[in-house]
Design a protein around this ligand. Structure first.
Ligand code: ATP
Ligand code: MG
Length: 575
């Protein structure tokens, strides 16, 4: 799954890009000024290992690691592994690899399950302090007792159990005496609180399940709210960033910390990343994988870090994108085109240019010698003068793109058509003289003549042509498979569904096109998986791990056309 180029980038340290401040950075600056945490900045990235990371997580990662880096602080990677039913070691490993590939290295590596013993002790302490009780109500009854935003909740009949009884019941819950769902441990706070999270939240539930790290040691597991703040506190996290849906949980986060008298970590919420045409939910992405709607978590159409990597995007492009979107307190949606713009900007600088023909049409140059081959000089990257040049073989029979020829040209079509002269990139001027058709009347071969005086692409007499097209020499070309991707979801908001429909009904049926008979220049025969190129005039492509010697497979990372740049130009009124 990890491509060699991904390997090479692993461990590359992310230099903090200069960026405008944001409200979280301002809070940290303020805390440094007032010496709130003795000048320390410590953050954590707390994924639940129940799936692969996606681009939304990248935003959180860049924030957690980026801010700590900027202020000489530390960042822990902590797995929030409190739900054994859905968590797996495969996910833990993929998450570690993805964080490193993004260019970040954690200081401490922890698991919420490291703290299970301590959390249990703290639960007993809250019982002793009269702040927690064992409830025998079912989940359904607890829900009914909770009340609503407009109505207060009702106390459970078990709320006033004695300390001894509660401690004894919790110990027996832990010892495995009771079945799943039969009892829970709840905090004793306030069933009438306007904040529903304060209405005696559940702290522990019974779950007889094998945990990927603690095995069968536990059959009671702490809830997120009873694990997260305390884990932060144990690690002396100063600034604990999470997404806005946890805003209403913050009072509870603080309540547990206060009751236990432990290190006061501070929770700060920011907006989740949403991208148009994209689903960012591990649960939904898992469904795509399980139902075979995609080829796996690292399918290049997936918004997972591993999918985006396989598609050919670099960690720098992701980091630049995340820096540019910033953080706020209101959730919106970012155009997928904007992300693609950052991918293009980055690939433009680093990708060697090559020639590849996705839908080949044969061109025969009738006045070119039958067995002659020439080596044409081709520039590797006009954006990078150190990239040098290479030789591309030219011969009598070439392939060009079917789209670059029209027997009957539409208005403003300047490419090849009978009687017209065009430039072959790094080659000669050619003029179309005739075509050959198959029985169905389709053009299968185009005949041309070339002007030997135009070698390299310019006419000594100064005559101009209106189009330059790319090509490969038929005798030298290598067959390649090219996978062309479109948005995975047709709708801008995949969650926008008709009654009775599911987000999966919004999947784009044309999100993957496999072109199995593309022709690429010979330098690509053994392209190493993960190598990135610009196929001239087509887009950015990346060699897939499915490549075999002399049979490379390429993923289209993005096409060249930048719709975001156009939007931006419109917005700024520039051309
Ligand atoms: P998902 O719904 O995709 O499973 P999650 O929030 O449950 O996401 P976690 O593994 O709990 O995933 O998230 C780890 C961290 O990443 C959390 O701090 C969470 O707030 C953050 N995060 C998750 N999704 C996004 C997103 N779309 N944008 C920004 N941050 C996110
Ligand atoms: Mg989660």
């Amino acid at each position: 799954m990890k491509t060699p180029s991904a390997e090479a980038e692993t461990g590359e340290h992310a230099a903090p890009e200069p960026r405008p401040s944001n409200f979280i950075r301002d809070i940290i600056l303020d805390d440094l000024k007032t010496n709130k945490y003795a000048g320390r900045v410590q953050t954590r990235f707390p994924p639940e290992p129940n799936g692969y990371l996606h681009i939304g997580h990248a935003k959180a990662i860049c924030l957690d690691f980026g801010l700590a880096d900027e202020f000489g602080g530390h960042t822990n990677l902590r797995f929030d592994d409190t739900n054994p039913a859905k968590e797996e070691t495969e996910y833990v490993e993929s998450i570690k690899a993805d964080v490193q590939w993004l260019g970040y290295q954690w200081d401490g590596l922890y698991y919420a399950s490291d703290y299970f013993d301590q959390l249990y002790e703290w639960a007993l302490k809250l019982i002793r302090d009269g702040k927690a009780y064992v409830d025998d109500l079912s989940a359904e009854e607890i829900r009914k007792h909770r009340g609503t935003l407009t109505e207060p909740g009702k106390d459970s009949p078990y709320r006033d159990r004695s300390v001894e009884e509660n401690a004894n019941l919790l110990e027996r819950m832990k010892a495995g005496e009771f079945p799943d769902g039969s009892r829970v441990l709840r905090a004793k706070i306030d069933m009438a609180s306007p904040n529903l999270n304060f209405r005696d939240p559940v702290m522990y539930r019974i779950l007889h399940a094998e945990h990927h790290r603690t095995g069968r040691k536990w059959c009671i597991y702490p809830m997120y709210d009873f694990a997260h703040g305390q884990s932060d506190s144990l690690e002396k996290v100063t600034h604990s960033m999470c997404t806005l849906e946890f805003e209403d949980h913050r009072p509870l986060y603080n309540w547990f910390i206060q009751q236990l008298g432990i290190f006061p970590s501070q929770q700060i919420e920011f907006d989740r990343l949403n991208l148009t045409h994209t689903l960012l939910s591990k649960r939904k992405l898992l469904q795509l994988v399980q139902e075979g709607r995609v080829r796996g978590w690292d399918d290049p159409r997936m918004p997972t870090i591993s999918g985006i990597r396989r598609r050919g995007c670099t960690p720098e492009a992701i980091r630049n994108f995340c820096a540019s979107i910033g953080v706020s307190k209101t959730t919106g949606s970012i155009e997928l085109a904007m992300f693609e713009h950052f991918i293009r900007e980055d690939l433009n600088k680093r990708s060697p240019r090559v020639m590849a023909v996705l839908r080949p049409l044969k061109v025969v140059i009738d006045n070119y010698l039958e067995n002659q081959t020439e080596e044409m000089d081709a520039v590797n990257n006009p954006e990078d003068e150190n990239a040098g040049s290479r030789k591309v073989p030219f011969s009598r029979v070439l392939y060009i793109e079917q789209d670059d020829f029209r027997e009957v040209p539409p208005p403003k079509y300047f490419r090849l058509t009978p009687g017209r002269e065009v430039r072959l990139r790094y080659g000669y001027f050619i003029t179309c003289t005739s075509v050959m058709k198959n029985a169905a009347g389709e053009v299968v071969e185009v005949h041309c003549t070339y002007d030997p005086a135009t070698r390299g692409g310019n006419a000594p007499d100064g005559r101009k042509v209106k189009a330059t097209i790319h090509w490969v020499s038929a005798a030298h070309a290598v067959d390649a498979e090219v996978r062309v991707y479109e948005n995975l979801f047709s709708k801008e908001d995949p969650a926008d569904v008709e009654p009775g429909q599911d987000v999966l009904d919004n999947l784009n049926p044309n999100s993957l096109e496999i072109i199995s008979d593309a022709k690429v220049e010979p330098s690509l025969a053994n392209a190493a998986a993960g190598s990135r190129y610009q196929f001239e005039r087509l887009g950015y492509f990346c060699a897939d791990p499915d490549s075999k010697p002399s049979k490379p497979v390429f993923n289209r990372t993005v096409a060249l056309k930048d719709t975001w740049a156009r939007v931006e130009r419109k917005q700024t009124g520039k051309n």
